[in-house]
Design a protein around this ligand. Structure first.
Ligand SMILES: [Zn+2]
Length: 217
C-alpha cells in the first residue's frame, strides 16, 4: 500500500517480497490482485525455492526471480519490482542508466545495469537479472519491462525504486532537451570517493558524532 501511495506501482503491476532472516521464509505479493484490494491474508509465504509454505493465494508470477535473487544474496531482505515508466524507457535505448543524478550515484552506484531480454514468469527472467547482478547491486533495470530493487528493508528497496525512476526521468528529459545527444554526466572517477564520504558523514547520527569528536588540527 505504501508503494501504491508513493506512485511506485499501479494496478496489479509489479510485485514485492520480504524475507524473514531467522526462518529464511519469504512473504511475497499474490498474483494479479489489485493493490487496494489486498489484505494481509492474501500475502503468500514461500521458501527460498519459491515453493508455497503458507497462504491461500497463488504467489506472484515472478516468484522465481525473487527466490533466485534471495538464494544468491543472503544479505538482501526486500525486493521491489516495478513497471516504472522512465526506467523502462531507458531499458529500450541503453545497456545501462548512466550516472546522471548525484544521489543515485551515492546510494546505488555509478551505473544501473539493464538486463538482456528475459522471458517473464519463467526462471529465464530471474537468470537475466542474475547475469546483471553485482555482489552489492541495489537495482537492475529489466529490458522492455521495468525495474527491480533490493534492500535490507522494505523501505530501503522502495526508496531505491523511487530514486532510480527519478534518475531515469531526468536522463530521458536531458536526452530530449539535448537533441538526443548524451547529456553531461556525473564524472565516474569522482563517484567512489563521493560515495565513501557520503557513507561516513550523511545522516543525523554521523553528524552528531562528528560534532562531538575533537577537531583535528
Ligand atoms: Zn513485471
Amino acid at each position: 500500500m505504501e508503494a501504491l501511495a508513493r506512485g511506485v506501482v499501479h494496478g496489479t503491476a509489479g510485485n514485492m517480497s520480504l524475507r524473514d532472516l531467522e526462518s529464511g521464509l519469504i512473504a511475497i505479493s499474490p498474483s494479479g490482485i489489485p493493490y487496494p484490494a489486498l489484505t494481509p491474508a492474501d500475502i503468500v509465504i514461500v521458501n527460498d525455492l519459491g515453493e508455497v509454505v503458507d497462504g491461500r493465494r497463488k504467489p506472484s508470477s515472478e516468484t522465481p526471480l525473487h527466490s533466485m535473487v534471495m538464494r544468491a544474496r543472503p544479505h538482501i531482505r526486500a525486493i521491489v519490482h516495478t513497471h516504472s515508466h522512465y526506467a523502462t524507457v531507458v531499458s529500450c535505448i541503453r545497456p545501462y542508466l548512466p550516472p546522471i543524478l548525484t544521489e543515485v550515484c551515492l546510494v546505488v552506484g555509478a551505473r544501473v545495469p539493464v538486463t538482456r531480454y528475459g522471458l517473464t514468469g519463467t526462471p529465464d527472467f530471474g537468470e537475466s537479472v542474475m547475469e546483471a547482478l553485482e555482489p552489492d547491486s541495489r537495482a537492475v533495470i529489466l529490458k522492455n519491462h521495468g525495474l527491480v530493487c533490493f534492500g535490507d528493508s522494505f523501505d530501503a528497496a522502495l526508496g531505491i525504486a523511487e530514486i532510480v525512476e527519478e534518475a531515469a526521468r531526468v536522463y530521458v528529459h536531458a536526452l530530449a532537451a539535448n537533441g538526443g545527444r548524451e547529456p553531461d554526466l556525473v564524472p565516474e572517477e569522482l563517484i567512489p570517493e563521493m560515495a565513501e564520504r557520503f557513507r561516513r558523514t550523511y545522516g543525523q547520527a554521523a553528524a552528531a558524532n562528528e560534532a562531538m569528536a575533537p577537531r583535528a588540527g
